[in-house]
Ligand binder design. Structure first.
Ligand SMILES: [Zn+2]
Length: 81
């Protein structure tokens, strides 16, 4: 049975939500394989299977953690003078 509707599936890059293609292919920004829309677990598999995306994730996480630590050190005590 054909469950497809008249609307074709959209493929996207999990790292670039603005990259959307009407079919499977490569992201023009990072070169990773595009994923069909609505596949959450496939995104995780995609992340794990692509060292470039893992590197991007690790870099972003480290940057966020460093920024949070700097902000915590700079924030004054929460009581007024
Ligand atoms: Zn991408």
């Amino acid at each position: 049975m054909d469950t497809r509707s008249s609307k074709a599936p959209v493929y996207f890059c999990p790292m670039h939500s603005d990259v959307r293609e009407p079919g499977p292919g490569k992201c023009p920004k990072c070169g990773m394989s595009l994923l069909p829309e609505g596949t959450r677990f496939a995104i995780i598999r995609h992340m794990i299977s692509n060292p470039v995306h893992l590197g991007i994730m690790a870099t972003v996480m480290l940057a966020v953690m460093a920024a949070a630590m700097i902000m915590m050190m700079r924030v004054p005590p929460p009581f007024p003078q």
